[in-house]
Design a protein around this ligand. Structure first.
Ligand code: FDM
Length: 211
């Protein structure tokens, strides 16, 4: 409040299945924005560098077994522990490009059969994204793209369920990008609608009411 909208950074979230191209698109967009003179940073969740993040990482690599609800709350806690830093960055005018966020949390846990309302609850109060770029790729194609590594969720049958769960989470902050096209047009396609969005960086410090 009181700050001009131009001084705020935008919170831009990338979502999609494993191997959908989020990480590559995030870094391409980062270079593009930096080239335009914007202050921007690349973030990702889970952030495996924190104590909570190390537990999440051990769970994903099957070195640690945890109850489904417990790991869900750890993923959420991992976002909560970064919330104030994210807010500070955004207020200081830095745009954050975030590889996975609350939508991953809800989609992956509800794909295991957990109640979707229960999954959304701990996300309430985290910063709401200004824009969610959903990289839409059929699960079968994602596997073909170099295949999956050995992490817990990198299995075709599970990814199919995650894709279904993502679909019910789509809201007005989403832009769905068909990834076959993305591989050819790449960043030009993204920036076509990102640039206008960056002028609307006023949504940053309010609380997320739903996922
Ligand atoms: N994942 C990620 C979740 O299950 N919940 C979450 O809240 C987040 C952020 O963790 F399979 C899953 C999604 C993915 C795995 O993600 C690790 P990366 O992008 O491969 O690090």
């Amino acid at each position: 409040r009181g700050e001009s909208s131009e001084s705020r950074g935008a919170l831009i979230v990338f979502e999609g299945l494993d191997r959908s191209g989020k990480t590559s698109q995030c870094s391409r967009l980062l270079s593009y924005l930096e080239g335009l003179g914007h202050s921007a940073e690349l973030w990702r969740f889970p952030d495996r560098t924190t104590t909570v993040g190390q537990m999440v990482s051990a769970y994903l690599s099957n070195d640690l077994q945890l109850d489904d609800h417990t790991i869900h709350l750890l993923f959420s806690a991992n976002r909560w522990e970064k919330r104030s830093m994210m807010e500070a960055k955004l207020r200081a005018g830095t745009t954050l490009l975030v590889d996975r966020y609350s939508y991953s949390g809800v989609a992956f846990s509800s794909a295991k059969g957990l109640d979707i309302g229960w999954c959304k609850a701990p996300e309430a109060g985290l910063l709401a994204p200004d824009l969610v770029l959903y990289l839409d790729i059929p699960p079968e194609k994602a596997v073909e793209r170099g295949g999956y590594g050995g992490e817990r969720y990198e299995k075709l049958e599970f990814q199919k369920k995650v894709a279904q769960c993502y679909k019910v989470l789509e809201d007005s902050s989403w832009k769905v990008i068909v990834c076959f096209i993305l591989s050819f047009l790449a960043i030009e396609l993204l920036t076509g609608f990102l640039l206008p969005t960056l002028d609307l960086c006023h949504l940053v410090a309010h609380h997320q009411e739903s996922c």
